[in-house]
Structure formats: C-alpha cells, structure tokens
Design a protein around this ligand. Structure first.
Ligand code: SF4
Length: 382
C-alpha cells in the first residue's frame, strides 16, 4: 500500500524495488520494397519511415517558402514538397534548394517544362504523373532528366482526380480504380526504362485508401507514400490520418508518410511523427506519457504536461517521460519510462529509469523534468 505523508511526500523507500528491465517495442514486419534515394533520405526496404509535408506559401515568394521549410525542418521534417505551378515558382526552385538543407520534392501537374526546370534546379524528387504530361517525347525528357540526376518520381493518384475512362469503367472511385490509375502511370514510366518510382493512392475516405494501398502492396514492390488526402482540420485530420496511415503501417505497409491538415505544416509533421512513435516505428523525440487525471489529482497536471510538451518538441533524442497525477499508477509507469513523475499534494516524486531519486515541488516539476531530459543519455547514444 502506497502512503502519501501529511506534507505531500511519498516515502522514497516504497519505490526502491520498482525498476525492472522491459523489452523494447516490437517492430512490425515491413513489406519488402525497392529502395529509393530522396536527396540522401532513403525510402523503402528497411529504411526508417520518413515524415514529409508540403509548403503552403506561394513558391515564388522565396523568403516565405524557405522560412517555412526551415520551420518544418526544425520540428523534424525529413522531406518537404513544394508546389511548382507557375513559371515564377519553377524559376524560384534553384534558389530555394540552395538556401535549404532538407530534400525538396517538386509537385507538378501537367507542365513538363516546370518538371525539367525543377530537376535542373536541384530538387531531390518530383511528384508527377507521367500520363498527365502529354506527348511521349515530353514524358521521356522528364524521365531521362530525372534518371541522369538520380532522383525518383512519385506517382500520386487521388480519388478526386481519377481519369474519366477509369471512372466510367468502375462507376466511382474504388480501390481497383485507384490501383488501375496508378499502374497506368507506372507502366508508362517502366516503358521509358524508369524504375525509381514511389506511388501514393490517396483518398479522403479512410477505408478506400486503406484498401487501395493494400492492393498495391500485395501486387507490387513499389515503395509507398501514405496519406489520407484533404483530411481536414487538426482535430479531424489527425484522427483520420492516424487511423488510415496507422492501420497500414501496422501491417508493414508504407515507406514515407504525409499527414494532410488544414493547418500549419509544422502540425502535419508533429502528427506524422506521433503516428510513427505510437507504433514504435520512430524513437527520435521525447515521448510524454500522461494520465487523463481524476479526482485523486492534487496538482495542475494539464498545465505541467502542456508546458513540458511545448518545451521539449525540438529535442531530438528518444526519451520516454511519464507524468502521472498520483501514486496509484505513477511508479508503475515510471518503471517503464526513462524519467517519471508521480504527483501528490502539490509535489512530485521524480524517477530516473524507475528508481525514485528525489521530491520536487509542483512549481518546479516542469523545470526539473526538462533538466533531467536534457541530461539523459539514451542507451543508443552511449
Ligand atoms: Fe487518477 Fe492517479 Fe490515474 Fe491520474 S494516475 S488518472 S490521478 S488514479
């Protein structure tokens, strides 16, 4: 029985024996795919699953676009896609690439000259559907330029823009319709001798995108870029993306992900990274475990957790922190975490690797946890 003393302290002795070694998260067996190189970020095979987003600035506004790329890189974007929808945008690409370190992918619909300019400008990849470029010689020009530079292309099929004949054949957007559209573009690229291809088959419907990606995964070894398109606001889009992308990742399907939100691109990266972390597929950041709170709570846990989350979102090391509102589950969760707090009556008992080390006043909990996190050296860094 755990006892909290009159002064709010929990007896340290009660937790001396809590620490136990626990197995690390099990990994999901990954589908075997070809490996692509996106500006130094490997995609496919057993490579880490990358998280990407897209800028929301006018691309020709170089300063705004570069600033946004820097901001998403700061929160952990592995790859950033930039729309190249005008001549001015195509002409800005070389300068944007020069001023940034994150691999840039040019997003192009129809205009093959924008693709050629972007490739010459140094992009790490192009999202383009060969079947939409027009004449065969134009397709060949783009694919040859990409091949010469060693950059992959992504074929991005969307349930909202399927070809008319495919829609007529299937009646409405179905998983087979999305598959057929994607493979039509893939075959054109293959005919031109181009193999470095990733594919996406996005839909606003979570069941449809899950089903379409499963078809491609069953029938090809093409690396897959996962996403629920036009997923909505942060609240709804996070849920739809977590279910759609998360279901596929849990089946070993998916090599890169993009969460699509009607919100800032930094949020897309944060949600994407959280999806990977929830499945144990990425341990690159601080993970905070916190309880929902209940009537036993005697500290302002909402504020403590929100403050710590904000302060630690830039930290790039795998540290698991548990912050629980009382001594009922606090020590147990702390045993599974690298750093833990079990709160009680305006104070908290601080744990390091499951061992209770000292008491901390409520007002100091955020600072003390932050200090511990900064000092913590993950095993893989030893
Ligand atoms: Fe309530 Fe304690 Fe559980 Fe938090 S850890 S929900 S305060 S019982």
């Amino acid at each position: 029985m755990i006892e909290v003393k009159e002064n709010g302290f929990i007896e340290l002795e009660q937790f001396k024996a809590v620490k136990k070694e626990r197995p690390v998260n099990e990994k999901y067996p990954r589908r075997k795919t070809r490996v692509l190189n996106v500006g130094g970020v490997p995609m496919g095979g057993n490579s880490p699953i990358s998280v990407q987003t897209m800028t929301k600035t006018k691309t020709h506004d170089i300063k705004a676009t570069v600033d946004q790329i820097h901001r998403v890189a700061e929160v952990g974007a592995d790859i950033v896609r930039v729309t190249v929808n005008t001549l001015e945008a195509a002409e800005a690409i070389a300068e944007i690439v020069k001023q940034t370190k994150t691999p840039i992918v040019a997003d192009i619909h129809f205009n093959y000259t924008f693709a050629l300019k972007s490739i010459l400008g140094g992009v790490a990849g192009v999202r383009i559907n060969p079947g939409n470029i027009g004449k065969r010689e134009r397709i060949e020009k783009v694919l040859r330029a990409a091949k010469e530079r060693g950059i992959p292309i992504r074929i991005g099929v969307n349930s909202g823009s399927l070809e008319k004949d495919i829609l007529e054949k299937h009646g409405y957007p179905t998983d087979e319709a999305l598959f057929e559209s994607a493979m039509r573009h893939v075959e054109i690229a293959h005919d031109c001798g181009f193999e470095d291809i990733a594919v996406s088959v996005k839909s606003t419907s979570v069941p449809l995108m899950i089903s379409a990606y499963r078809l491609i995964a069953e029938r090809t070894d093409i690396p897959l870029h996962l996403g629920v398109t036009e997923a909505g606001t942060q609240r709804v889009g996070t849920i739809k993306s977590a279910i759609g992308i998360g279901t596929l990742l849990a089946e070993g399907i998916g090599d890169t992900i993009r969460v699509s939100l009607t919100d800032e691109p930094e949020k897309e990266i944060e949600v994407g990274k959280e999806i990977l972390r929830s499945l144990g597929l990425s341990q690159r950041n601080v993970e905070i475990i916190s309880c929902p709170t209940c009537g036993r709570l005697d500290v302002d846990l909402f504020s403590i957790v929100n403050q710590l989350e904000e302060r630690t979102k830039h930290i790039r090391k795998p540290v698991k922190v548990s912050i629980l509102g009382c001594a009922v589950n606090g020590p147990g969760e702390a045993a599974d975490a690298d750093i833990g707090i079990a709160a009680s009556k305006g104070k908290g008992l601080l744990f390091r690797k499951g061992i209770a080390i000292r008491h901390v006043l409520e007002a100091d909990i955020v600072d003390e946890l932050y200090k511990e996190i900064m000092e913590f050296v993950p095993e893989e860094f030893n």
